[in-house]
Design a protein around this ligand. Structure first.
Ligand code: PMP
Length: 464
């Protein structure tokens, strides 16, 4: 059949369909990373924008063996629909992964999902009515932003410092909400090597957060894709293990420990919540890929899954160090950045007056990309920050990518100095948790982020 030529949609097209769109589409946004994916797929672009694990390291022979074994022994089942909650075998693998993270779970409490991303969507689908409050970190995972906005949530973002979400500010926000007569539907946190800030929540804050959730009977969504990718320091207990499972929904994924292409993640939640999420998933996709689930269980049965994770950790630790060295060499003295103990991201903050969204346009002309900080906020903040990924490209590309970003930053700084006629102010360091202690140099060096401006957020919502 002849193919119709593709054409961009015109304003007339938009007019034709606009009246049909649901209200929620007016506040839907596209994730900063997704928008960038198309550009960064060009081979000449060094992309520090994605959150990509290095899948080129997966042994091809092992992949072929697993697929061959599936073809020989389980083909009809593999090509068939599966149960919505996931196969029993893959749930056993999930139990093993969570055990390695220090969390004991019953397979009956697990819902296998199409990536961890689907958990965020299903939690919103299950809990959030338009206008309901979700509490998140500032900055938050850029991929959660379109999910939160498509459910028309009112997202309150709580500042972080080197020890993660500021629980004192969270308590203030909860007290403000009490006065408004509102209760957040859930608190969304990424306690380990946060995406995008690279920060890890300290043990006292984890304990306090769980205590608050229990006292107030609030749900926490604990997003933990990177917990096993720790390059230094001791693992900290998951929120779920501290809580015992009454108020914490856990999100996990095989994306960063096997492959994001297989699209298999999971949720562990209190039973009544899990049941609703299961029903929500039935409406979304019936079940996650049976092929992918059987691939995972064959992989676990035929090898030690931790060996690959160990190899990835070594690789990413080195790439993190390469990026940290390159940042020290190429970014101006006024810039600061986090030093993550694991995960895939560094969060860099430039002097006031620079705008990383503008900077990205310039950086792309030099074939290098990053995620501008605004993508991690729902209220317009983040303009001076950028998220840099160190797992997806090799050492030389990391050095060259940061060198090019450094060049663009220097040019913009010179321009700004010429326009403002003087040196630029360097932002203050954040207060430490107790307000007295010096920051631990091994922990992330996070800049104080501007406070959320409620008026600004309301204005953005009104603009749609
Ligand atoms: N949460 C966080 C914090 C992430 O960084 C990601 C992926 N980058 C996801 C959820 C979704 O991961 P996936 O759907 O690939 O499992």
């Amino acid at each position: 059949m002849p193919r119709r030529p593709q054409r961009a949609s015109s304003s007339r097209d938009l007019e034709r369909y606009a009246g049909l769109f649901a209200d929620r589409t007016k506040v839907m946004t596209s994730s900063a990373m997704r928008d960038l994916m198309a550009i960064t797929e060009r081979p000449e672009v060094i992309s520090l924008a994605g959150g990509l694990p290095d899948t080129s390291t997966f042994p091809p022979g092992q992949f072929a063996e697993i697929m061959g074994a599936i073809a020989q022994t389980a083909l009809a089942r593999t090509l068939q629909y599966g149960p919505t909650e996931g196969t029993a075998d893959v749930k056993d693998c999930i139990v093993q992964v969570m055990e390695a993270e220090g969390t004991v779970v019953d397979p009956a409490d697990i819902l296998v999902t199409t990536g961890g991303q689907q958990v965020i969507d299903l939690v919103c689908k299950t809990l959030v009515n338009p206008g309901d409050v979700i509490i998140a970190e500032a900055p938050t995972y850029p991929g959660a932003v379109p999910a939160f906005s498509s459910y028309q949530a009112d997202v309150r973002q709580i500042e972080m410092d080197a020890d993660g979400m500021r629980i004192d500010i969270l308590e203030e926000a909860l007290a403000d909400l009490d006065r408004e007569g509102r209760t957040p539907k859930f608190i969304y946190v990424i306690p380990n090597f946060q995406n995008p800030a690279g920060v890890t929540m300290s043990l006292p804050r984890r304990q306090r957060l769980v205590q608050i959730a229990r006292e107030r009977e609030l749900l926490i969504l604990e997003d933990n894709p990177y917990g096993l990718l720790r390059y230094e320091g001791d693992p900290l207990p998951t929120l779920r293990s501290l809580d015992g499972g009454d108020f914490v929904i856990s999100l996990g994924t095989f994306s960063k420990i096997i492959s994001p292409g297989i699209r298999i993640g999971w949720a562990v939640a209190p039973r009544p919540v899990l049941q609703k999420m299961n029903q929500g998933k039935q409406g979304s996709d019936l079940c996650s890929s049976t092929l992918s689930q059987i691939f995972v269980s064959e992989y676990f049965a035929s090898s030690r899954w931790t060996d690959y994770v160990d190899a990835q950790k070594q690789l990413y630790r080195r790439r993190r160090d390469v990026m940290l060295d390159a940042l020290a060499e190429h970014l101006p003295a006024e810039a600061t950045w986090t030093r993550p103990q694991g995960g895939l991201f560094i969060w860099a903050t430039l002097p006031d007056g620079l705008d990383t969204t503008d900077l990205l346009a310039r950086a792309l002309t030099r074939n290098v990309a990053f995620v501008p900080g605004r993508g991690a906020f729902l209220d317009g903040r983040g303009g001076t920050s950028m998220r840099l990924n160190f797992s997806g490209v090799g050492d030389d590309d990391i050095r060259e990518g940061i060198r090019r970003i450094g060049e663009v930053v220097s040019e913009q700084l010179d321009l700004l100095r010429a326009l403002t006629g003087g040196p630029l102010a360097t932002e203050a360091r954040p207060p430490t948790e107790a307000g007295t202690r010096e920051p631990d140099p091994a922990l992330a060096d996070v800049l104080e982020l501007p406070r959320r401006d409620a008026g600004d957020q309301a204005a953005r919502r009104d603009r749609g």
